[in-house]
Design a protein around this ligand. Structure first.
Ligand code: Z16
Length: 833
């Protein structure tokens, strides 16, 4: 820092903090030191991998300093913290994010340049941390960023999967899954904490001992697994706190191995070990279907038991056996029902291990837990057979029975005296051919707050999913609309737009995203419009190169880029998009003069490996793309590209280049959506249904700046009530009939007639459960409007700017503030270094 700079009083805190905490020269020294000292190589020989590692380790010095300061602050003030329990954290890459949040990005670029290295290239060396399926896991990651940025004490708890979400390849257009190996050669961001390992019990039986006044239950476990924590530091933006994401890895317990080993069972001991280590081996790739597998239940219990034990250990370190402060210091958020088993686990610990009375333990649980619901889809609502529970977690089944008994005989009977049907309906145990434990019911009963993830979704949770619970506890069900971190999803992924924004409004917009509203005044300014669209075009040029690199397909950056990126699912209706593409193609073949703006339809999507129709839709998109992209008759007006292996780091390249954001789920099915927010923030115009957060996006941006179409939630319900018949549309709409029949020919799969027929089949004989045909005409009309608006460059630029300017609400900091106000009641503690 020069004398002059030091003397100048900074205008804002952000302006002062924005200065890098190190010079390029000093940073070079650190990078070289790690290259030689920890990577065991040297400048002339080092691979890009080694440079990336050395750079990450150099940055880690700043990260760790912040971590230590934050931990000291938290223990000094004995802070109340939220513990965010989630089976998934879809972190993506960390180097770029950490550099941005620490204001080290530019200085690192300069340092590396001096060493003959390019930062952008090195960033590409980092494997994605893909420990999640989609929206739910990425939401958790955005929330960690916001919690740290807002100086809120928080710990993320999850599973240290050896293999994250599978890597997707296409072979002749079909999805092939390959294992993801994100940490095959070690990961520079994680720190193993063997001193905080925990033991987790499984299986066995429960003994009832009659010693004192009340009988005591003793769980004799059949198996003990070691849970070893790996900590990932979460760096807040702009010099804020560094929190921890703690991920548990399963290991065989040593003592168990030795018993078998000494009995001469060397191979058996190895097999035991392999079994134990299977628990954290792989992420289940189903996003909205319940796997129902024993290993999945064990994964859930494994990480919940380790996390609850860790929370209790941290509490007891400061408070010993005095539990009075526990609910004042501990909040536990359940990210979906996946960690619901943490409720009976905390009960078990308090009652069995610490001899607490049932009533007191239950009082604590209800104050501590809260639950976020992410879906209404019945196939995603978790249930476990009582049989499986009895085998794996016999003591927890007991406790669940007790919770259920209290709930039904106290609360339900008081509200609906003698109503057995109601008791059956609300029971945590579903009676039937096979008795089941309903994890959603357990989560609602055990929590003090339950939230949906967008307003319309939360309304439906109250009216359709849990109406009786809402009647019973009118204060319990609430809404927290999702959000996304603007640090990753604008500042880091779209540096050109970020720089343009910096020229016009306060540079602390990544903290106060509402400040983007300042751009509304610029929406009609021709110069600003030009600059904004020039940024979009440069981003498109970059993506064009990436598309070519990944697929060999050539597209023009002058075309309209229309983007649908999300998991492949019928309710998200990628096949509606596909049918419309077929309609456009047909119109172009019928009339080569057909007037349309050249358009590139871009897709990115993984299908759950066992979801056959979803995989068929991927195959169909690839086959249709092949045919269209190689058809010289249509004059390059239409291109279709499905990029392989869609993931966070690919999203970061696609989103800044998007003109149109496809958000076309059947109304009532997409709980929120978060890609919709990212795309609009980066200046894409939404074509979408009135579903999930689209409704709130359209409210913020204004109806003139989105293309809303299709059936509403109420219209879908009414259609179902009067009986929906997809043939009404097939028989009466010539274009729908033609494109469906086309799919059923061999036009797109020469020599293989009917290879794409399953889509047509599901839309006709299958009853079209997601109302694709009912919404087709409205969608096609909305797409006409997109085309017309794009021809008017000024109108388009204006709407794109207004989209960026009005997305402040979807800052995940705002979501977290809502959680703090409505659910967690936390206080911020900036670190006192
Ligand atoms: C998931 O990603 C979501 C819901 C769910 O039940 C399971 C998974 Cl893995 C998604 C919702 O589909 C999406 O609408 C929402 O935006 C996201 O969760 C975050 O809330």
């Amino acid at each position: 820092v020069t004398k002059k700079a030091a003397a100048k009083k900074p205008a804002t805190k952000a302006a002062s903090a924005r200065k890098a905490p190190v010079t390029a020269k000093a940073l070079q020294g650190k990078i070289i030191q790690h290259l030689r000292g920890t990577q065991g190589t040297y400048e002339e020989k080092a691979t890009p991998q080694a440079w990336w590692r050395a750079t990450s380790f150099a940055v880690n010095e700043f990260v760790m300093a912040g971590l230590t300061d934050t931990q000291k602050t938290h223990s000094r003030y004995d802070t109340r913290a939220v513990n965010y329990l989630s089976m998934e954290f879809l972190m993506g890459r960390l180097l770029s994010n950490n550099l941005h949040n620490l204001h080290l990005f530019d200085v690192t670029r300069a340092a590396l340049e001096g060493l003959g290295q390019n930062l952008d290239d090195l960033l590409e060396e980092e494997p994605d941390m893909a420990l999640g399926n989609g929206g739910l896991g990425r939401l958790a990651a955005c929330f960690l960023d916001s919690l740290a940025t807002m100086n809120l004490p928080a710990v993320g708890y999850g599973i240290h999967y050896e293999h994250g979400l599978f890597e997707q390849h296409f072979r002749d257009g079909r999805q092939i899954e390959r294992p993801d190996a994100w940490r095959e050669y070690g990961n520079p961001w994680e720190v193993c904490r063997p001193e905080s390992a925990q033991q987790v019990k499984l299986y066995g039986y429960v003994e009832t001992r009659y010693e004192g006044a009340t009988p005591k239950k003793v769980w004799h476990a059949g198996r003990t697994i070691k849970a070893v924590p790996w900590d990932i530091p979460i760096v807040g933006y702009d010099g804020a706190n560094v929190n921890i994401l703690r991920l548990w890895e399963s290991r065989a317990t040593n003592f168990f191995d030795w018993d078998v080993f000494n009995a001469g069972g060397y191979v058996d001991a190895q097999a035991e070990q392999a079994q134990a280590e299977t628990i954290s081996k792989v992420l289940y790739p189903n996003d909205e279907t319940d796997a129902g597998k024993e290993l999945r239940l064990i994964q859930q219990y494994f990480f919940c038991a380790a996390s609850v034990a860790d929370i209790v250990r941290r509490y007891r370190r400061a408070h010993g056996d005095d539990w009075t402060s526990f609910p004042k210091l501990v909040a536990i958020q359940l990210n979906d029902t996946h960690p619901a088993i943490a409720i009976p686990e905390l009960m078990r610990v308090l009652i069995d291990d610490y001899d607490m009375a049932w009533k007191d333990a239950w009082g604590i649980c209800q104050q501590v837990f809260s639950y976020t619901n992410h879906t209404l889809l019945p196939e995603a609502l978790e249930k476990w057979t009582v049989r499986l529970f009895e085998k794996v977690l016999p003591r927890h089944l007991d406790i669940i029975y007790d919770i259920n008994h209290q709930f039904l005989t106290q609360q339900v009977d008081a509200q609906w005296p003698g109503d057995d049907a109601m008791k059956q309906h609300l029971s945590i145990i579903e009676e039937g051919h096979e008795r089941m434990v309903r994890m959603g019911h357990l989560s609602v009963v055990g929590s003090h707050k339950v939230n949906g993830v967008a307003q319309v979704h939360s309304d439906l949770v109250r009216t359709d999913l849990f109406p009786e619970f809402h009647e019973l506890w009118p204060e319990k069900l609430t809404n927290v609309t999702n959000g996304i971190t603007p640090r990753r999803w604008l500042k880091a992924c779209n540096p050109r737009l970020a720089a343009l924004i910096d020229q016009h409004i306060d540079a602390d917009w990544p903290l106060h995203l509402d400040k983007l509203k300042g751009l509304i005044a610029k929406a009609d300014d021709a110069k600003f419009q030009q600059a904004f669209m020039a940024v979009k075009r440069e981003n498109k040029v970059d993506l064009v190169a990436e598309i070519h690199r990944l697929t060999g397909i050539e597209v023009s950056p002058d075309a309209l880029f229309d983007v649908q990126i999300k998991r492949l699912h019928e309710y998200k209706r990628q096949h509606l998009n596909l049918l419309h593409i077929l309609a456009l193609y047909r119109r172009l073949l019928d009339n080569p003069e057909y007037n349309m703006v050249p358009r590139v339809f871009l897709f990115g999507a993984k299908a759950a490996p066992g979801y056959h129709l979803a995989k068929d839709i991927i195959f169909a998109i690839n086959k249709v793309a092949e045919r269209i992209n190689n058809d010289s008759r249509i004059g390059g007006k239409l291109k279709v590209v499905m990029l392989p292996n869609y993931r966070v780091s690919l999203a970061e390249k696609m989103i800044p280049a998007a003109d149109v954001s496809e958000q076309i789920s059947t109304a009532g099915k997409e709980a929120s959506g978060t890609g919709n927010m990212k795309l609009a923030l980066n200046g894409a115009l939404t074509i979408g249904t009135l579903d999930g957060a689209n409704i709130e996006i359209a409210e913020e941006a204004g109806a003139d700046h989105c293309f809303i179409f299709g059936l509403t939630v109420d219209e879908v319900k009414a259609l179902n009530a009067r009986g929906y018949n997809p043939y009404d549309f097939y028989d009466h709409d010539e274009e729908i009939r033609a494109v469906l029949d086309w799919l059923d020919s061999d036009y797109f799969t020469p020599g293989q007639p009917g290879a794409l027929a399953s889509i047509k089949h599901s839309l006709l004989q299958g009853g079209d459960p997601y109302k694709v045909l009912a919404d087709f005409r409205a969608y096609s009309d909305a797409q006409r409007n997109v085309d017309e608006k794009y021809r008017d460059g000024t109108a388009w630029a204006r709407s794109a700017i207004i989209n960026t300017a009005t997305m402040g609400k979807f800052n995940s900091d705002r979501s977290i503030q809502d959680y703090v106000d409505r659910i967690w009641h936390l206080k911020a503690y900036p670190r006192d270094n």
